[in-house]
Design a protein around this ligand. Structure first.
Ligand code: CA
Length: 394
């Protein structure tokens, strides 16, 4: 308890130092290996566990997401529009994808396997869908795997409004144990106040049935100015999303503007502030967004944590197995810009400790998941990237 209290004191103090003294540490670029071909498996000492980091497969271009099939095969998306199945180190491309806009941050994004996959075979994908006029939406589809192609493909959801530029698609999927799914939709980049408009899917977390329809008990049903798919709003761009299977708690990481990447504890109907409340500044102008005094505001939920310096979070996993006994219940957050994984210890929905598990070894971390074997799987965002695994060294 003394340690917990100490961390609770030290963490805000550290934030204050970063913000007001500007003493954010520089990353050591010399330690960075961007090309996965140069990667060598290695053992890394951490606070509790000696871990082994290995490459499962290379040759992936801007991989975005991974998901596990019950037969130990792994699905991996590449943003330039490829879905692959990885079987014992062999990568096979799956045909049958829809028309996808591959530009800027858009492309083939999330892949997720239905919790009852063994009964229904559904695989879910998110992607940037074009309208032929240089505008896109975040779309969700499902299909079944038949040999090396997708069959019974059906688009089950698209956000309500096409827009440009092709940024901030959100697109993570997480499953509830009631069979519904959460899907994150980013603010789409050009017009941040869309995230405060309940009549717009941009900048929200959605809750959908597995066929894309609206669950009867969604929290905004009956509110005239709100779209019924919305669960929470005021999000900039959630690209890490995980549900604690033991409590149902929903955790999301989202990209802020410079210096305000967030970890949020997400609850229904709540407003997570963007762009009215944020610590961050506009990347181009350095101007503050929203109200200068609004680090916090009544009616808007503060993040549980703001990552400083920038993490650029993508991918969020929770350790539920005992493969790493000292990490059970911890969150693992990937970081693109920071090229690292943060192990986050949560107690009573607060961050009590954080540790950097890897730092630069595999470049930009795009997605991180706990495998059925309890090991941790990661894809990176490199143009010549791959799928990596963390396992206990012993
Ligand atoms: Ca926020």
């Amino acid at each position: 308890m003394i340690m917990n209290s100490l961390f609770k004191f030290l963490i805000p103090l550290t934030i204050l130092l970063y913000v007001f003294i500007g003493c954010a540490p520089e990353y050591d670029r010399n330690e960075t290996e961007s090309n996965s071909d140069e990667f060598e498996a290695r053992t890394i000492n951490t606070e509790y566990e000696e871990i082994h980091l290995t490459k499962v497969v290379g040759g992936l271009e801007h991989a975005w997401s991974l998901a596990f099939l019950p037969d130990e095969r792994i699905l991996v998306t590449e943003r330039p529009g490829r879905l692959n199945v990885i079987d014992n180190g062999n990568v096979t491309e799956i045909s049958g994808l829809p028309d996808i806009n591959i530009a800027n941050q858009g492309g083939l994004l999330e892949v997720s396997v239905h919790p009852n996959y063994e009964e229904n075979g559904w695989i879910y994908l998110t992607y940037s869908k074009p309208n032929g006029e240089d505008e896109t939406v975040t779309a969700v589809a499902r299909a079944q795997l038949e040999g090396n192609s997708l069959s019974n493909f059906e688009e089950i959801f698209e956000q309500d409004r096409y827009s440009s530029p092709g940024r901030h698609y959100g697109s993570r999927i997480a499953w509830n144990d009631d069979g519904t799914m959460f899907v994150s939709i980013g603010d789409r980049g050009a017009d941040p106040p869309r995230a405060q408009d309940l009549g717009d899917h941009a900048g929200t977390l959605l809750r959908l049935n597995d066929d894309g329809s609206v669950p009867d008990d969604n929290p905004f049903i009956g509110q005239n100015d709100a779209l019924p798919e919305i669960y929470s709003y005021g999000h900039r761009n959630i690209q890490g999303l995980v549900i604690d299977p033991s409590t149902g708690d929903i955790w999301g990481t989202e990209h802020g503007p410079r210096g305000s990447d967030e970890l949020n504890f997400i609850e229904p109907t709540l407003n997570y502030g963007w762009p009215t409340v944020t610590l961050g500044r506009d990347y181009g102008t350095e101007d503050e967004f929203g109200h200068a005094e609004a680090r916090s505001m009544d009616g808007m939920i503060d993040p549980v944590w703001e990552f400083l310096p920038t993490l650029a979070p993508s991918g969020l996993a929770m350790v539920t197995h005992n493969q790493f006994p000292n990490w059970e219940g911890n969150l693992l957050a990937g970081g693109l810009r920071a090229e690292r994984i943060m192990r986050i210890v949560i107690e009573d929905q607060e961050v009590i400790h954080m540790e950097e598990l890897i730092l630069g070894e595999i470049g930009r971390v795009r997605d991180i998941r706990e495998g059925p074997d309890g090991n941790i799987y990661i894809v990176n965002d490199q143009s010549d990237g791959g799928l990596f695994r963390i396992e206990p060294a012993n």
